[in-house]
Design a protein around this ligand. Structure first.
Ligand code: ZN
Length: 860
């Protein structure tokens, strides 16, 4: 047996296991007791000992190991003394005599608790339609929680084959990574379900799910049966997931040029789930909203979410599961690539969704974080595995995917795909590093990749490209974009693939350029009527046009693609937030977009209005509401309330977005009245467009009272679909009466809201200008309860809400709160939230007076 390369290289450290003993196979038998919330297990691990040892060290956490012994080929067993090191999450097995190099079998018996923290081997509960409570046992092992399910070498480079047996009560389903090989009786009322051997894979991809679950009929994709599992009664909500799942599996087999590496594909909806979904090979787990959806009653956004997440997880079956990062610093590539492939697959599935255009919104969100001084490079050194938790953020997923998209456009789609195929083929069933992908892409495209990519991957931030007229042509230069200038503009350090499109002498001129530190002169045959830089919109950079060029461009917005208009709005607002453009000039500029038809451009515009809303004083709010009504009037007039024949899904979703903004941010009384009337008809059973309902619920929340609150709460508790549940839940944060908001706040910790959702509800409350003061008080009082109840990752993300507490006093309070309570959020997360808040406070101080004057003049 050969040791994996990465294991050979890795030195044992306080964070890395020694590599003198390496596992190759686990036979695991687990018996969960759902009522007692415990489990008992035994395992045999085939290991190769490379040097004489008297001790074997592996990972275990919150487990009790009752016995451990090692057995050689002669069958004689040597018992070990077990010492658990809980802080290090390790078990040390000490042997009375040295273990010689060679192949051995390690036998362990252990017990553990099915925890309620949504990691490791944990329990999830739900009530059936009759109100009876049921428990499901499920796993979430990434990044380092397989050690809570069974003692193991819990590092991604220790790949092994897994043979799993689950002993479960008759009548309960048991699912693991592979197909069921056999089922045998295991005492009265119980059976042992043995699963086929897995491929060689990492511990974080192992999964066990046991509970009262039902599956759809399989959809066959080649030889692979694809099924969706859910709690009883929800199978009808699996259609979208099965459709995109089957499409994506086939799409990826073709794209990657390799068959699906599993023997079946189950996708399971778990009622309590901390992340969005988890790519366990062959047994992908999801939160319900990311897998189950009623096509007929869901909005475009809700359906797109299911498609995105399913495609993302299936992309991982190859990229992540078959070929795995050697260590956690490679998480970014795993996630960035899956995000990139998710978009490619969904775009191929539904071209009319314009998925790459919508991705502009996600890219801009990543730029929001990456424009901070406290950003980080995409890839950084991860010593303690826990440090990689900070990698599950916008910079990994969205910036990472953006940069890969930029590279794909630069190399050509075919060359990019060939490089990916080469990479997977070279490293399948093994581990790889980022440089291995660059090598394969470089080999396929016959050009050096690191030269172009290193700046994007190993440096924090991104460039601002300035565009000035120069003779007949243009002069381009770069510097780092930041919202807060720290000692003058940072130098540029990127090789930027730039596409320029210009209208010159009544014709289009398009140029592909590589902009480096030195800047670039772009000659044109004659002065351009207009010019757009970052043409096509894929570049991960912002553009600042000289005033004369910007003036020409806003005169021809119709000549730009939607993604280019989106980027223009997004860049102008970012420049406004950084102080390079005056806020009133920006608000004037938004007056040029009143006939905008693209949903994403509206998302950018509405996002900027919402930011201004958080910054201004309450007495200026009517002025902003009037501005919003003015900016939206023509678009709303055009789309109306009724679905028109032949409309696309995106047009329907746009209508909902516009009306929602008009009824909430615009506080438009007529829209609020109409929403109530529409909702009353909906309750009476009249059909309505599924896109509109979530908007109507949000509008009523913003203008509703006690009766509406009681109704929404009841609807939240009795929701038939995960989407319905979410709409009514989040509407509870949108009410404006302090008494009602206090009720919603109480529900964040009283058990009425699942711990997977409560932190996000709290974040929404903090972000509401009507709820934030109350929410902030509540948070300071109850954060310890929240820290105890919420899953760790979601608990940390809740604090993003503090970025909306825009005033110097609040900012001071927020800073002293985190300091005095000693709260850290891992990585640079807290510093980023604090800087975002500071950017908003600076904006308020810089622009407050001008905004007050400007908004005061707006006709109400
Ligand atoms: Zn992922």
């Amino acid at each position: 047996m050969a040791k994996p390369d990465a294991v050979v290289r890795a030195e044992a450290t306080e964070y890395r296991l020694p590599t003198v003993v390496v596992p190759s196979r686990y036979d695991i038998r687990l018996e969960p007791d759902l009522d007692a919330a415990t489990f008992a297990g035994e395992e045999t691990i085939a290991v190769t000992v490379h040097e004489l040892v008297t001790e074997i060290v592996l990972n275990a956490a919150e487990l009790v190991i009752s016995s451990a012994a090692i057995e050689g080929s002669d069958g004689a067993a040597i018992d070990a003394q077990v010492a658990l090191d809980e802080p290090a999450e390790r078990a040390r097995l000490a042997f009375p005599s040295p273990i010689a190099p060679g192949d051995w079998r390690l036998r362990l018996r252990f017990t553990g608790a099915l925890n309620d923290r949504l990691h490791g081997f944990y329990r999830s509960t739900y009530r059936d339609s009759a109100g009876a409570a049921h428990t499901i046992a499920a796993t979430q092992f990434e990044s380092t929680d397989a050690r809570r399910g069974f003692p193991c070498w819990d590092e991604p480079a220790f790949k092994a084959v897994f043979g799993v047996t689950l002993v479960v009560p008759d009548g309960l389903a048991a699912v693991s990574n592979t197909a069921i090989a056999s089922e045998t009786a295991a005492g009265p009322g119980r059976r042992a379900v043995a699963f086929a051997d897995s491929i060689r894979m990492s511990t974080y991809l192992v999964a066990f799910v046991v509970g009262d679950l039902e599956a759809t009929d399989p959809v066959m994709v080649g030889k692979t049966p694809v099924r969706v599992w859910c709690v009883p009664g929800k199978r009808a909500l699996a259609r979208v997931a099965l459709d995109i799942g089957a499409f994506a599996l086939d799409f990826f087999e073709r794209f990657y040029g390799l068959p699906y590496p599993g023997d079946k594909l189950d996708m399971l909806a778990i009622p309590d789930f901390a992340a969005g979904a988890m790519e366990n090979l062959g047994a992908v787990t999801f939160r319900e909203t990311a897998l189950l959806v009623d096509e007929a009653a869901a909005s475009h956004t809700e359906i797109e979410r299911v498609a995105d997440v399913v495609a993302h997880e299936l992309a991982h079956m190859w990229f992540g599961d078959l070929v795995t990062m050697a260590w956690w610093n490679g998480i970014w590539l795993n996630e960035a690539f899956a995000t990139f492939m998710e978009l490619l697959a969904v775009d191929a599935w539904k071209p009319d969704w314009n998925r790459w255009t919508t991705f502009g919104v996600s890219r801009a969100a990543a730029m929001g974080v990456d424009g901070l001084v406290h950003t980080r490079p995409i890839e950084f050194e991860v010593r303690a595995p826990r440090d990689c938790e900070a990698m599950f953020d916008l910079l990994t997923y969205e910036k990472g995917a953006s940069v890969l998209r930029m590279l794909e456009q630069h190399l050509g789609a075919d060359e990019f795909r060939d490089g990916v195929r080469l990479y997977l083929d070279r490293h399948r069933f093994a581990n790889a590093e980022t440089t291995d992908l660059w090598k394969a892409l470089g080999d396929a495209a016959r050009q050096p990749i690191p030269e172009v990519m290193d700046g994007w991957i190993f440096h924090p931030g991104y460039p601002l490209v300035s565009v000035e007229p120069e003779g007949n042509g243009l002069r381009l230069s770069q510097q780092r974009f930041t919202y807060i200038a720290e000692g003058g503009p940072a130098p540029g350090r990127w090789r930027i693939p730039v596409i320029v499109r210009a209208w010159v002498k009544r014709g289009i001129v398009q140029k592909h350029l590589l902009l480096d530190d030195a800047g670039l002169i772009v000659p044109l045959p004659a002065p351009a009527d207009w010019v757009v830089v970052n043409a096509g919109g894929h570049g991960f950079y912002r553009v600042r046009y000289a005033p004369a060029l910007l003036k020409k461009l806003v005169g021809v917005l119709g000549r730009l693609a939607p993604i280019e208009r989106f980027n223009l709005v997004s860049d102008c607002f970012a420049l406004t937030q950084s102080g390079a453009m005056a806020a009133v000039d920006y608000l004037d500029f938004t007056g040029r977009s009143t006939d905008e038809t693209d949903r994403n451009v509206w998302t950018a515009l509405l996002g900027s209005f919402a930011f201004v809303n958080r910054v201004i004083a309450p007495e200026q709010r009517p002025g902003l509401e009037a501005l919003v009504r003015h900016r939206l009037a023509a678009a709303v007039e055009r789309v109306g309330w009724e679905v028109q024949p032949g409309e696309s899904e995106l047009e329907r979703q746009l209508r909902a977005d516009l009306l929602r903004a008009l009824g909430t941010l615009g506080n438009d009384a007529a829209t609020q009245d109409r929403a109530r009337a529409v909702y009353a008809r909906h309750r009476a059973g009249e059909p309505m467009d599924a896109n509109l309902l979530p908007a109507v619920i949000a509008i009523i929340g913003a203008s509703g009272g006690d009766a509406e609150y009681a109704e929404f709460f009841e609807r939240f508790k009795s929701a038939r679909t995960p989407q319905d549940e979410q709409r009514y839940l989040y509407a509870l944060a949108g009410f404006r009466s302090p008494e009602l908001l206090k009720q919603t706040l109480a529900h964040t910790i009283d058990g009425e809201v699942r711990s997977q959702d409560a932190p996000f509800l709290m974040r929404t409350l903090l972000a509401s200008v009507y709820a934030r003061a109350l929410a902030w008080e509540f948070l300071q009082e109850h954060w310890q309860t929240m820290a105890r109840q919420y899953p760790g990752s979601a608990y940390r993300r809740m604090y993003e809400g503090v970025t909306a507490l825009v005033s110097p006093d609040w900012e001071r309070d927020v800073r002293s709160f985190f300091t005095s309570q000693g709260i850290t959020l891992g990585g640079k997360t807290l510093e980023q939230y604090l800087e975002q808040l500071h950017v908003a406070v600076l904006f308020q101080q810089r622009e407050g007076a001008a905004l007050a004057a400007f908004l005061g003049r707006i006709k109400r």
